[in-house]
Design a protein. Structure first.
Length: 477
């Protein structure tokens, strides 16, 4: 009787084990199927995303929108993550053939063509957002949490709407699983009482020093236009005025740069220096606290500190940083600092603009005291061409201020109608922007080595003559 009982118990145990194994096998098989479904959907979406942007770029080849065409091919390569073979191939051809690729001489695009392009780019962005949100749902079903979060974040970075309520969260109309909501809250900023996506926080999440928490971002308000979103903890009147002057800046910049950003610009303004410094440190930009303003090109957002600034100086630094951001939004190429800062000071330097609350006028001369500081101790051009702005600010702030003004003055000098180097300088600028020299992806801030090397090849033999002529012109200012 005992032996029979033991045998019966063993049969029961074996049967239970087989059943458990079978259940596990079925569960494992179901998960494997979900993983395969995700991988298939991912590859399909990457190829389709690449094709969308290749099609847009190719359709504009003869439109005169050369930098926009290059941007779309680079966008196709980035969003397809290498799955779309032709995106990278055409980009290589553009860079190899230069002007010959376009068949026709470069022509200035019309405002209407830029607006049409921006609308088409916005429509593609919506498809890209929805594609990433769909992939997140596939990843959630396969219990690939890291993948799901990566796709949710990518959808937000591409401009998807975020909706967080007591019932949960949605991105691009797709429900986010509850286990991801707390993580999602860490990527937000409180604006007008609602949680909104903070792109700078997401782009630098991996760069944050260990143990450092992101600062609590609350009490912000927002003003926006079709081209710009301003968020600040300053009062509502200042917020609206910063939005108005920043939006007005887009018109002269569009004419100067032959472009409009494919995405809406973002400006984040802090009232207190301590909050600004803490934000930059938490976002992985601790080395930039030496500056009052900074552009996070990956997040496509400019940030600045208003503490201690008179309204005119706050407007100046906002215009300066937004010029950087506008340039990158049109042409994501890393130019040498003398060019980048000279351009930003052209539109945001003291004296170079006037604002009466409604109308912005640009193109003025730099304020005389800043010109005089350059005349008193100019940087040799060879030195100016190699300056790293943040390093110089950290080392010698007064010298850095001279550099900013001198860079603006040099751009004025070399772009005069009578300047013998004018056409050569314009060719260098257009070539760098048209081929996006040195850029590997529109969302990454690359190295200026390629654009600086191109400048050196064109001007190295004329540096002494350039220096002599610039000094003589400067003395008359």
């Amino acid at each position: 009787m005992k032996r029979t009982t033991n045998r019966l118990a063993m049969v029961v145990l074996l049967a239970g084990g087989v059943a458990a194994w079978a259940d596990g096998a079925v569960a494992q098989s179901a998960r494997d199927q979900n993983v395969k479904a995700y991988e298939k959907a991912r590859k399909t979406e990457l190829v389709e995303a690449g094709q969308r942007h290749v099609d847009l770029g190719w359709s504009m080849r003869k439109s005169g929108l050369q930098q926009q065409v290059t941007y779309e091919f680079m966008r196709a390569k980035e969003l397809s993550e290498g799955e779309h073979y032709m995106a990278g191939r055409v980009l290589g051809i553009i860079r190899a053939y230069g002007d010959a690729f376009w068949r026709k001489a470069r022509k200035k695009p019309t405002r209407a063509s830029l607006v049409r392009y921006r609308k088409k780019a916005a429509a593609l962005a919506v498809k890209d957002q929805r594609g990433q949100a769909r992939l997140a749902k596939f990843a959630q079903k396969a219990r690939l949490d890291d993948k799901a979060r990566g796709h949710w974040r990518r959808a937000l970075e591409l401009g998807a709407e975020l909706d967080i309520t007591k019932k949960g969260a949605k991105i691009a109309g797709q429900k986010v699983a509850n286990e991801h909501v707390d993580w999602l809250q860490g990527l937000t900023i409180e604006v007008d009482g609602k949680q909104k996506f903070d792109a700078a926080g997401a782009s630098a999440a991996g760069a944050r020093p260990a143990g450092r928490k992101a600062p609590a971002l609350a009490g912000f308000r927002e003003a926006s236009s079709d081209l710009l979103v301003v968020r600040t903890d300053l009062d509502a009147k200042v917020c609206k005025e910063l939005c108005a002057i920043g939006t007005a800046l887009c018109e002269p910049l569009s004419k100067r740069l032959d472009g409009l950003p494919a995405r809406t610009l973002r400006l984040l303004v802090f009232e207190k220096r301590a909050d600004y410094d803490a934000y930059l440190a938490a976002r992985g930009h601790g080395d930039a606290v030496v500056a009052r303003g900074l552009c996070d090109y990956g997040a496509q957002q400019a940030m600045l500190c208003a503490e201690g600034l008179a309204p005119a100086d706050l407007h100046a630094i906002a215009l300066h940083e937004l010029t950087h951001l506008f340039f990158w939004g049109c042409t994501p190429v890393r130019m040498p600092d003398f060019y980048a800062e000279g351009l930003a000071e052209t539109f945001g330097g003291q004296g170079t603009f006037t604002w009466d609350g409604k109308k912005l006028t640009t193109g003025g001369a730099m304020r005389q005291d800043r010109v005089d500081a350059v005349k008193a101790a100019p940087l040799p051009l060879r030195e100016m061409f190699r300056v790293d702005t943040l390093q110089l600010l950290a080392k010698d702030r007064d010298r850095a201020l001279v550099f900013y003004a001198q860079a603006q003055l040099f751009l004025r000098f070399v772009q005069r109608r009578e300047a013998p180097w004018r056409e050569r300088f314009a060719w260098w600028e257009n070539e760098c922007r048209g081929a996006l020299k040195g850029t590997t992806a529109p969302s990454r801030f690359g190295s200026p080595e390629a654009t600086a090397a191109a400048f050196d090849r064109l001007f190295r033999e004329d540096l002494d003559a350039l220096e002599t002529a610039f000094r003589a012109w400067l003395a008359e200012q």
